[in-house]
Design a protein around this ligand. Structure first.
Ligand SMILES: O=C(O)CCC(=O)C(=O)O
Ligand SMILES: [Fe+2]
Length: 231
């Protein structure tokens, strides 16, 4: 008998089947300078669309207030954070895949929800720099594409005369892409997701490691960076 294709049955099998893990096939490292790097893996996460829909629906999003001098600023995006083992489904599995690849015990997950192009994150280095000389920060993008900027600050800015416009780099991150910052990126570079009129909704899920480990980490000084951290 000839097999008959039944779309509903096919859909069910696809939904109930094992979720395919991330793929490193397209991984590409850009050296920002001799001490900082960014990895981009286009199409890292299969099933990114379905995960986006689930997170939009299930995460208890909130909009934080930030004190800036004597003003309270409402952050232009929604956020939520967890310990890795309490984070929503897929995050623990993805944290384990990242830990294997980067040799870091990622234990913190946070998510940002950019509802539209009016939501953004301003230029900053992540707070993990206060406890780590060379933190690895991994960001999974879900939903609509957005521009992601990196610009040098501190020593990197003053030595980088070759790239024009202050050495700022721009890339576009799409749903399913992975972007990983490492080396001195949080100390000597800043990053941003600027406002982008017309952009659709996007979520970023970030993985960080909170334990500074055996390295004496409470320092911003470059000479304290262990060689292994600058891979
Ligand atoms: O949404 C992004 O890709 C960046 C998020 C970010 O920089 C942060 O959460 O610190
Ligand atoms: Fe950040």
């Amino acid at each position: 008998m000839t097999a008959v294709f039944t779309p509903s049955l096919f859909d069910e099998v696809a939904l109930d089947g094992p979720e395919v893990g991330p793929s490193w096939a397209g991984a590409h490292r850009t050296r920002l300078d001799e001490r900082s790097w960014v990895d981009v893996v286009p199409g890292w996460l299969p099933g990114a669309e379905a995960w986006f829909d689930r997170l939009v629906r299930d995460v208890p999003w909130n909009q934080r207030l930030r004190r800036m001098f004597d003003q309270e600023i409402v952050e232009p995006r929604l956020t939520c954070g967890w310990a890795l083992d309490e984070a929503p489904d897929r995050a623990p599995e993805l944290g384990a895949a990242l830990a294997e690849r980067y040799g870091e015990a990622f234990d913190r997950v946070s998510a940002n929800f950019y509802r539209d192009g009016a939501d953004s994150v301003a230029w900053h280095g992540d707070r993990v720099r206060f406890t780590h000389p060379a933190p690895v920060v991994a960001i999974v993008s879900l939903g609509a594409p957005r521009r992601f900027g990196l610009r040098p600050v501190g020593p990197a800015a003053s030595t980088d005369r070759t790239r024009g416009a202050g050495g700022t780099r721009w890339l576009t991150v799409c749903g399913g892409d992975l972007l990983v910052m490492g080396g001195r990126c949080q100390h000597e570079w800043q990053h941003t997701v600027p406002k982008e009129p017309g952009a659709g909704p996007r979520i970023s899920v970030t993985f960080r490691h909170s334990d500074p480990g055996p390295v004496a980490a409470r320092s911003e000084r470059a000479r304290d960076v262990p060689a292994w951290a600058l891979r």
